[in-house]
Structure formats: structure tokens, C-alpha cells
Design a binder for this molecule. Structure first.
Ligand code: NAP
Length: 249
């Protein structure tokens, strides 16, 4: 119950899916949590369902000034930071022949620039021995049509996390990446696919997973808790696939 007692956690993309499940679990485990998202309405809504010591911060991670605001409000509320979970992301689908600058910028600004700038802002406030967790994806290992730019963004994030692991070693800050497989979250409804194609895509993903199903947000939240807690005290620099085995076969 108290694996994160007195720890301060900042979570981006925390109003939905994996981020929300992780916020709930971290609060249950005694953490003080900064629940961040880009829509005030969604933050108000999740505030009603969360219990414990938390604040919400409205921050669009694709905007540099919002990353400054996020860390400023987090540290004003709770002092220093122990756990930074950079989870916000988008995954719009586009065939490579249809890619345009807007598609590229939206994905890279959210999935790469955001976490990089948030890390830079947070680092002076992260306690020595703290931990940073990125949400990557198994799309870095496997090719799925339509996910070209998204896959590139998660690959870029993984490369950044390796350099970060090295640069913070003198402070004993652990840096790890969770690479989820297909997880049942609202992200699929935001990909721009028509309903029937969405259903087909879903069935296709599930069939490729050795366990034969989508994972749940709670299964990723449990992984984030493990990596954030002392149970993972010697785990550093890894990318941990939580994917029912899809990336392994
Ligand atoms: P989700 O339910 O859509 O959650 C994504 C969260 O990120 C939402 O809260 C979303 O806000 C937020 N977000 C998006 N753009 C943002 C921005 N510019 N600034 C701040 N917040 C922003 O989807 P999810 O599946 O939980 O995704 C979480 C992470 O897991 C993402 O990085 C995704 O790439 C990764 N992932 C997911 C899967 C999967 O199968 N679900 C697989 C591999 C990796 P809104 O509610 O406003 O959209």
C-alpha cells in the first residue's frame, strides 16, 4: 500500500488511459501526484474520481512554456520531485504517402519535444536517487503500417533516454522506458480511423499478441509502479516491453 509514501510524482497525460491508471495507483501507494493534461475539462472530471494528495496542472506538453509552467506549479505545490513519468502521447495514423508537416510536427512536438523539455525543466528539482520513466512503444521494434512518424518519435525518445541515463548517473537518478504493446485505452479513438477500420485494426493487433488480447492501463500502471519503487532499485536504462509478448516473436 505504501510503496511510494511521501514521494512526489509528476505524470503527463494523466487524465486518460495509462496516465490516469498510474495516477490512481500512485495515489493509492501514498505518493503526492501532479496530474497533468492538456484539457481543463478532462482534469476537472478526473479530479472527481481521484482520492489522495494531488493537484492538477493544465499543460500542453507540445508547448515549451507549458513545460515550464508544469514544473513550476509542481514544485510550488510539493517542493522537489521524486518520480517524473513522461507519458503523454498521440498516435494519429497516416500512410507515408500522405504525411505532411502538420502530421510530423504534431507527433514530434508532443511525443519528443514535450518529454525532452519537461525533463530539462524538471532535472534541477528531481531529488538525487529519483526516477524518470518514459512511455515508449513496441512500435520502435515492430513495423505497423500507418505508424511511420509515430514509430520514429518513440525511437527518438528511446535514444534520448539512453543519453539521459548516462548524464544523470552521478545523481543516481534511474531512467527507464516502458514500451507497451496494444493497450485498451481511448488513444485508438483518437487515431482518425473510421469505426469499422478501428475494429479491424483492434482485432488484428490482438491476434498478433501471443496472449491473444489487448493489455490494460492497469497492467502498465503496475509496471510504472514497479519501476518507480525501490523494487526496481537496480534497474536502470532499460526499455521494458509490456506487450503480451508481441515484440518477442
Ligand atoms: P490516451 O488515453 O489517449 O492518453 C494519452 C494522454 O496524453 C491523454 O491524457 C492525452 O490528452 C494526453 N496528451 C496528448 N497530447 C498531449 C499534449 N500535447 N499535452 C498534454 N497531454 C497530451 O492514450 P494512452 O494509450 O494511455 O497513451 C499513453 C502513452 O502510451 C502515449 O505516449 C502512447 O503513445 C503510449 N502507448 C500507448 C499504447 C496503446 O496501445 N494504448 C501502446 C504503446 C504506447 P487528451 O485526453 O486531451 O487526448
Amino acid at each position: 500500500m505504501n510503496k511510494l509514501k511521501n514521494k512526489v510524482a509528476v505524470i503527463t497525460g494523466a487524465n486518460s488511459g495509462i496516465g490516469l491508471a498510474t495516477a490512481k495507483l500512485f495515489l493509492e501507494e501514498g505518493a503526492k501526484v501532479v496530474v497533468s493534461g492538456r484539457r481543463q475539462e478532462a482534469l476537472n472530471e478526473v479530479s472527481e474520481s481521484l482520492e489522495g494528495d494531488f493537484i492538477t496542472v493544465l499543460a500542453d506538453v507540445s508547448k515549451p512554456e507549458d513545460n515550464v509552467k508544469l514544473i513550476k506549479e509542481a514544485t510550488e505545490a510539493f517542493g522537489t520531485i521524486d518520480i517524473l513519468f513522461l507519458n503523454a502521447g498521440i498516435a494519429p495514423i497516416t500512410q507515408i504517402t500522405e504525411i505532411d508537416e502538420n502530421h510530423y510536427d504534431a507527433i514530434f512536438n508532443t511525443n519528443v519535444k514535450g518529454p525532452i523539455l519537461a525533463t530539462k525543466e524538471a532535472l534541477p528539482h528531481i531529488n538525487d536517487g529519483g526516477t524518470i520513466i518514459f512511455t515508449g512503444s513496441i512500435v520502435k521494434q515492430k513495423a505497423f503500417d500507418g505508424f511511420g512518424v509515430y514509430s520514429a518519435s518513440k525511437g527518438a525518445l528511446r535514444s534520448f533516454s539512453k543519453v539521459l541515463t548516462s548524464e544523470v548517473k552521478s545523481r543516481s537518478i534511474r531512467v527507464n522506458t516502458i514500451a507497451p504493446g496494444p493497450i485498451d485505452t481511448p488513444i485508438y479513438g483518437k487515431m482518425g480511423l473510421p469505426e469499422n477500420a478501428l475494429e479491424e485494426t483492434g482485432k488484428g493487433f490482438a491476434a498478433m499478441v501471443p496472449l491473444g488480447r489487448f493489455g490494460t492501463s492497469e497492467e502498465i500502471a503496475n509496471t510504472a509502479l514497479f519501476l518507480a519503487s525501490d523494487d526496481a532499485s537496480y534497474i536502470n536504462g532499460v526499455e521494458l516491453e509490456v506487450d503480451g509478448g508481441i515484440s518477442q516473436i
